[in-house]
Design a protein around this ligand. Structure first.
Ligand SMILES: [Zn+2]
Length: 201
């Protein structure tokens, strides 16, 4: 039986480990790179190496960064008293695109999803608590998505934060149902921010 060359099989195997990419798509992509677009294969390889080598997580907010601290955390003119707590780096990018918010961020890199076996330890919560203890944050905007897992996570974090005594708010509804911040347009986001409400725990 004739099979693909081993190098191509390896590429298919690696690509199929990516989120949302099944074996069929991985095979199609690998075939395209090896048979149709070898220049793309080379530049993609170089880009992947550069990302693996240069990009890491900011030591403070856990956004993606090429240095120990991301440009936002290095900017002394950002308002220190308000902090958005979001799930993913793309959420930060969506909020920054609106250009109105000038405060701080903390990226969780996960959600509390017990049904999927994801416990609270998958989030950057210990680091969040440490920051809130030493930074002059007065308000935390809990902007996890408006899904069951997002709401449960917000509740869980809100309870933890109530010990610290910061004001806790949630962005107003209006973020598209299903609730992913990254898909909200700028106007919706800035309205959701302006009309955020305080939660008591
Ligand atoms: Zn940062």
């Amino acid at each position: 039986m004739i099979a693909f060359p081993p190098a191509l099989q390896r590429l298919i195997k690696e690509l199929s480990k990516l989120p949302t990419v099944g074996e069929k798509t991985a095979t199609r992509l690998a075939y395209h790179l090896s048979a149709n677009d070898r220049d793309l294969a080379r530049s993609l390889g170089a880009a992947l190496q550069q990302v693996a080598h240069d990009v890491r997580l900011c030591e403070r907010c856990f956004f993606l960064s090429e240095g120990a601290l991301c440009p936002l955390c290095q900017n002394p003119s950002r308002e220190p008293s308000v902090m958005w707590v979001v799930e993913k780096p793309v959420d930060l990018v969506a909020i920054e695109r609106g250009g109105e918010f000038k405060g701080q961020y903390h990226i969780l890199h996960g959600l509390w999803a017990p049904l999927r076996g994801q416990g609270p330890e998958t989030m950057r919560l210990k680091e969040l608590m440490e920051r809130l203890r030493k930074e002059p944050v007065k308000e935390v905007i809990l902007a996890t998505s408006a899904t069951v897992e997002g709401d449960a996570t917000a509740l869980y974090i809100g309870r933890m934060l109530s010990e610290i005594g910061v004001k806790i708010t949630r962005p107003a509804q209006g973020i598209p149902k299903g609730g992913e911040l990254e898909y909200a347009d700028d106007v919706t986001l800035s309205r959701a921010f302006a009309a955020r409400s305080t939660i008591q725990f």
